[in-house]
Design a protein around this ligand. Structure first.
Ligand SMILES: [Zn+2]
Length: 442
């Protein structure tokens, strides 16, 4: 990012400013000076440039703590450049990227290579998550202090559950002294092996093997037990079952240091989507039942589940065309996260707009320890998203910025769209047709 572009005074004029971190929800101006927020309030001085936010929501930049950028090793699916361009297009100013690359991010050199690529070519902030175990093989814990010092934001073997109880204990023990955040992909391999959709009705109807919901809950229950013994910052990735929501709820009630995320697709779709979308609705954990979706929504609204993530997992069309049984797991999500969540949660009255922004910006910032983000407080970095909550559109495969288009929402009618994304005051995305909102006063 070119810091020179962010110098001077920018005023985002007359938007509906929503900043849950300061309980702000009113029409106002936001002034940015040299890449930092100066104030939320009527702009005093003459700016170097203005952005007309009339009719738009102006909020702290969205943060996605679960993204697969695929680089290194999966560049035919996505790169740091294309993935972060898709992120900025979806309103995200920061993403945490998962370490299941080729090679995996399990050592300082690979971590530095990702950070270097991000520094030179990313369109938003990139926070690499390092592996929990060497090679993500679930046997030997990585050198957490060294990786953390080099910039790992958290540790996860995402894509694979940490099956071995003794190794799990060793990983927890290693995380504690360096205050590392662990992100667990809860999946007991023996209970999911061979499955490609949720166990039950749809699996039977299609004649494919199912994934037992206990694959998720058994590992989560074990981890909560480990936390009881000696606490460590622990985050559950992509909660998908009613029972997992209950386990997190009880863990929090006990005071355990557990946080949780739910993906947009687990909030929006039941296992029935597999019948319509085929392999583009195949992911881990799988789409579940209506009762599970309802529990995830309730959990998110009552604070049991802290935040929304995308688990953006690009795959080539060729790979997804192998069919439900053989296609890889995962769906893209960065560009649809805001409108789909808006439709499922805000339009239905489950959350107000501030509640949604809280779960897509403030909470992920808090969990990741990004104290300068998820807020429009004076003095913090000017990571700002401008959203049109009325734009109505239909998602088509070729409209996606991401290098891959394996979305379960293709053809879906969406309401809401990102109009502009500013990172440290620099505009990293402007929606087509919105360029006229940007002006340099003469
Ligand atoms: Zn995962």
């Amino acid at each position: 990012m070119d810091p020179r572009q962010s110098q001077g005074r920018t005023v985002i004029r007359a938007g509906r400013v929503i900043d849950p971190s300061q309980s702000i929800d009113r029409v106002d101006d936001v002034t940015i000076v040299d890449g930092r927020i100066e104030s939320v309030g009527p702009a005093a001085e003459r700016p170097d440039r203005t952005i007309d936010a009339g009719g738009l929501i102006v909020c702290p930049g969205l943060i996605d703590m679960h993204v697969h950028l695929r680089e290194p090793g999966g560049e035919e699916q996505e790169t740091i450049e294309t993935g972060t361009r898709a992120a900025a297009g979806g309103g995200f100013t920061a993403v945490a990227c998962m370490p299941n690359t080729k090679p995996p991010i399990d050592n300082v050199d690979t971590l530095r290579a990702v950070l270097d690529k991000a520094r030179s070519g990313a369109h938003c902030r990139v926070y690499p998550v390092a592996a929990m175990t060497v090679g993500q093989r679930g046997q030997v814990p990585v050198d957490m202090p060294a990786l953390k010092a080099a910039g790992a934001i958290a540790f996860s073997d995402d894509g694979i559950g940490l099956d071995d109880d003794r190794v799990a204990r060793a990983v927890f023990d290693r995380a504690r002294p360096c205050d590392a955040l662990l992100i667990q992909h809860c999946e007991v391999a023996a209970l999911s092996a061979g499955g490609c959709v949720n166990q039950g009705r749809i699996a039977e109807q299609l004649g494919v093997a199912g994934i037992d919901p206990r694959a998720e809950t058994e590992m989560l229950a074990r981890d909560l037990d480990l936390l009881r013994g000696s606490p460590v910052r622990y985050h559950v990735a992509h909660v998908s079952t009613e029972r997992a929501v209950d386990l997190v709820r009880r863990g929090k009630a006990e005071g355990l240091p557990v946080t949780a995320e739910v993906t947009v697709h687990h909030l929006a779709l039941t296992e029935d989507a597999v019948l319509r979308q085929g392999a583009n609705a195949k992911m881990k954990p799988p789409l579940r039942t209506e009762a599970d979706v309802a529990a995830c929504r309730r959990g998110l609204c009552d604070g049991t589940i802290d935040c929304i993530a995308t688990d953006h997992a690009p795959h080539t069309a060729e790979a997804k065309e192998r069919g439900l049984r053989d296609a890889p797991f995962g769906v893209v999500g960065l560009e649809t996260a805001w409108p789909v969540s808006w439709g499922v949660l805000v339009e239905t009255g489950r959350l107000d707009p501030a509640g949604l922004i809280d779960r897509m910006s403030c909470q992920p910032a808090r969990i990741l320890g990004l104290s300068d983000q998820g807020t429009l407080a004076a003095g913090t970095v000017a990571d700002v998203t401008m959203l049109d909550a009325t734009a109505s559109w239909v998602l088509s495969a070729n409209s996606l910025i991401s290098k891959s288009n394996n979305s379960p929402f293709i053809g879906r009618h969406l309401v809401g769209r990102c109009v502009a994304t500013l990172v440290a005051g620099v505009c990293r995305y402007v929606a087509e047709g919105s360029e006229g909102r940007f002006a340099q006063p003469g």
